[in-house]
Write a protein that binds this ligand. Sequence first.
Ligand code: GLN
Length: 475
Amino acid sequence: MSEYFSLTLKEAQKAAREDSAGVLASVRNRAAALNPKINAFVRFDAAKAVSQSGAQGLLLSGIPIAIKDNICIDGWETTCASKILKGHIPPYDAAAVEKIKQAGGVIFAQANMDEFAFGSSSETSAHGPVRNPWDLERVPGGSSGGSAAAVAADMAFAALGSDTGGSIRQPAAFCGVVGLKPTYGLVSRYGLIAFGSSFDQIGPITKTVEDTALMMNILAGHDARDSTSAKMTVPDYTGALQKDMRGLKIGLPKEFFIEGLDPEIEKSVRDAAEIYRKLGAEIRTVSLPHTPHSVAVYYIVAVAEASSNLGRYDGVRYGARMPGKDLKELYFNTRSEGFGAEAKRRILLGTFVLSAGYYDAYYRQGQKVRTLIRDDFQKAFKEVDLILGPTTPTPAFKIGEKTADPIAMYLSDIFTIPANLAGVPALSVPCGFAGGKLPIGLQLMGRPFEETTLLRAGYALEQELQLFKQKPILS
Ligand code: GLN
């Protein structure tokens, strides 16, 4: 019998009904053995895991799930992988965590990430870099790199990530797993430590599309504690899965097939489009003319929101405190020592674009272009039901390769950022391997709240390619 840890979430549901202690032990031992190599988890607590399992007959009964370290767990130190939040123990669960617990899930580990979710490589963590299970010299992507690496390495059946500009989808693509950024407002942000409040969404990272659908049945839904949470009837996401693509129109945006896109990635994505055509979908070319400005707009608007959100870390109210002779010096010392370089860069940039005299030139202008990008999507979705493109321009890069060049790092989100600016849902699904060994992901984007269509298309491709059966070789 294969080890429990290698099961999908769906398979683990069945296994846990028969042998819940065995399932938990299998994943716990796997995580303990691999974490020193991969550094996917910043904390994991086997004892807590055991004491939580119990309730039977629920969707996630006895199933261990990992949570990104920026999503609050009652009684667990939650730090956003930052020194400044050391010692911060939230007295409440985030809505998403609450829902997982209510479904019987066992919260057993917190996943490593870029500090405050600022990054695309999980190298800015105060806990050291995460390694890609497919090649330990390479990054797993970011910022939810720990979540994606853990799922790829069978250290968890599923993990929660957060996505502000690509942080679920880009690491999912780099690690050969499935990642969904839901429509803005579909999953409650209550208890998610804020980065860019008009972009942030929590979503699942799983081994298969079916597992993502299963997680969405648990996570989606209105929450009065998040003022941007949508009031809507949540569909049955697993019920929407099917292989037939007839009647679906899929658009390939010409702005996503550009110079700089790795040729093997382009080929895999175009091959996938061909599979969709064979399954009955109609494939067209579409245009999202303003999306080439996405990275520029994002690094104005998102850093503005970040600088404002991070203003609260003053050494008085949360986490770490570095003393000083007076209050001002305490603030100064705490923020100087507590934030890493990338966080400081964003606070400075964000404060600059919001400052008097520059607000109109940068922030307001950025918001206007954001609206144009949103309009591009609205227009495209009048013609097609789904937009298909690559998730990333390249496969996973080497650790250290982009750390000295922030712009090069920012450009790795060139294809994921547009969906956050527009608020639309986007799914990354594995579609091949570059050089035969580094995973490639494709991205499907849909109309707001049409996750069912995304999942249906993701599932159809997954059933054709069966890539989830290939695993990184790890001992
Ligand atoms: N990599 C992007 C950034 O650095 C996106 C991060 C995210 O989605 N949290 O901002």
